[in-house]
Ligand binder design. Structure first.
Ligand code: 5AD
Ligand code: SF4
Length: 482
């Protein structure tokens, strides 16, 4: 947990400290001085808009970024035309990159109108040298670029940019040390993600993540537990333990610790009510973890277990290191010990060389596992990954047709599963006022499904008993049971 440091007590005439995080607090203080100057000149605080693309990891990184900006004195806004606009980018599929270029094009003219506007880019796409080159060449109005390994340096980079007025670009190809104790901030007061590890060593042949997020590094269990205890003291009831492959947590620590044992220790934290985690690689999911999930009452009844493909032949080409049969065996083992668990998954359609038979195997797994829901993706060629060089890229029309068929099947099963729970009374975390109807509260079941029910703002952050009255395909309408 971060320690509230009084920025006004930092001596700004001294040299910046060399150790972290003290160095960053020094630059936060420097930036705050600049913010005060801005306020004097413009009669308002500078505004900041952060847009996050991609996964939970990026969402967590954006929380950290927002915390630093707020600490400095920026005011967060909803609109994209702020004094500081930052896109936290994703590059896992090509259309994610295209979105960023679209957004930059849109901002270009607005920046002419508001010369105070600073445009910053960070995240996975910035770890790709070709993309950074393109930005330098074609988007000269960008002010700040940093990557996934040096987010903690935001204050220093921002200060350097403010001082120089020029493009500041700092992207590290290799991760540095994990820096603890920076300011914390949460989108929701009652739930948040907690990084337990960074990076990925799996090199699935289609995936760019290992190249942009680096090798696996785990945080020490004590740091994690201390952070969660602090969060709970601060009102958090639910944590999501985050890592690209949480099942290999702790293997590289000086004193190795398993993910299962970490989970049990988190489960013991008093005041914490719900624990989720993301993502599990099927090849590393141990019996010890299944037992821990069964034994730890706070662990939610949900497991996200990416399948990617149901064909053993394609799985091998994907370098997933399990077969269809091993995956199904794992699911049976999980269901035997956790009969009520909701399973969700990720599936890629149109991986190079995927035939109709391979695709049928995927449908077969979908029908036998019966996922509560699934994220389906059209294969996207990422240059630099082994799959990009594979022959037999599947024609677009074929992929589209398979994708639609898969989606239909998933939605059909998902609706059946959702329907089957109607009538039950379940524990629900009230999360927010419904965006469409302010008389409704939107909450989340332990299995991650959502339910909307009549209620009021004061309920947010509490866990309530809600009766599921009606299924609407993949969510419910419900009623609080007194
Ligand atoms: N094309 C399509 N989907 C991909 N994913 C990762 N890389 C690609 C790619 N090149 C999907 C996987 C992963 C999810 C986060 O994104 O299904 O589990
Ligand atoms: Fe990508 Fe595979 Fe690592 Fe997941 S496990 S981040 S799909 S390489």
């Amino acid at each position: 947990m971060y320690h509230e440091i009084d920025l006004d007590k930092i001596d700004l005439n001294s040299e910046p400290p060399t150790d972290e995080p003290a160095r960053q607090y020094y630059f936060m203080a420097k930036c705050r001085e600049w913010v005060r100057e801005f306020e004097r000149k413009n009669g308002r605080r500078p505004s900041a808009f952060i847009q996050t693309f991609g996964c939970q990891m990026n969402a967590k990184d954006s929380e950290k970024i927002t915390a630093v900006l707020e600490y400095i004195g920026y005011q967060e806004t909803e609109g994209p035309l702020a004094d500081f606009v930052l896109f936290n980018t994703c590059t896992v599929r090509e259309n994610a990159n295209m979105k960023i270029y679209g957004r930059l094009g849109y901002l270009k003219n607005h920046k002419r109108e508001n010369p105070l506007m600073k445009i910053a880019l960070c995240g996975c796409m910035m770890q790709e040298p070709d993309e950074v080159e393109r930005i330098k060449k074609s988007y000269p109005f960008v002010d700040l670029v940093f990557g996934t390994h040096n987010i903690y340096k935001l204050a220093e980079l921002l200060y350097t940019q403010i001082q120089s007025g020029r493009l500041v670009m700092d992207v590290w190809q290799e991760p540095g040390d994990i820096v603890e104790d920076l300011p914390g901030k949460r989108k929701y007061p009652f739930k948040t993600g907690v990084n337990i590890m960074y990076g990925c060593n799996n090199f699935c042949s289609y995936c760019i993540v290992p190249y942009v997020r680096g090798r696996e590094r785990s945080r020490g269990p004590e740091d994690i537990l201390e952070e969660i205890r602090g969060l709970v003291r601060d009102g958090v009831k639910e944590v999501m333990l985050l890592g690209q492959n949480v099942n290999s947590y702790g293997k590289t620590l000086e004193h190795p610790v398993s993910f299962a044992s970490l989970l049990c220790r988190v489960n013991e934290i008093e005041g914490l009510e719900r624990i989720r985690f993301m993502t599990s690689h099927p090849k590393d999911l141990s019996d010890e973890l299944i037992d821990a999930m069964a034994a730890c009452g706070k662990v939610c009844s949900h497991l996200h277990l990416p399948l990617q493909s149901g064909s053993s032949r394609i799985l091998e080409k994907m370098n997933r290191r399990y077969t269809k049969e091993q995956y199904l065996g794992l699911v049976s083992k999980i269901r035997a010990k956790l009969p009520d668990i909701s399973l969700t998954t990720d599936i890629i359609v149109g991986f190079p060389g995927e035939t109709e038979e391979d695709f049928e195997e995927t449908l077969d797994v979908v029908r036998s596992v019966r996922y509560d829901s699934a994220y389906t993706f059209i294969y996207s060629k990422r240059s630099g990954t082994p799959a990009a060089a594979m022959e037999d890229q599947v024609p677009k029309e074929v992929v589209k047709e398979r994708f639609d068929r898969l989606l239909k099947e998933i939605q059909r099963i998902s609706a059946e599963i959702t329907d089957s729970r109607v009538g039950q009374t379940v524990r629900v975390m009230a999360e927010e006022v419904n965006g469409q109807d302010a008389a409704l509260i939107t909450g989340r079941l332990s299995n991650n499904a959502t339910v909307h029910f009549p209620g009021e703002k004061g309920m947010i952050g509490s866990i309530l008993d809600v009766k599921l009255i009606e299924s609407r395909g993949f969510y419910y309408m419900g009623e609080v049971v007194q």
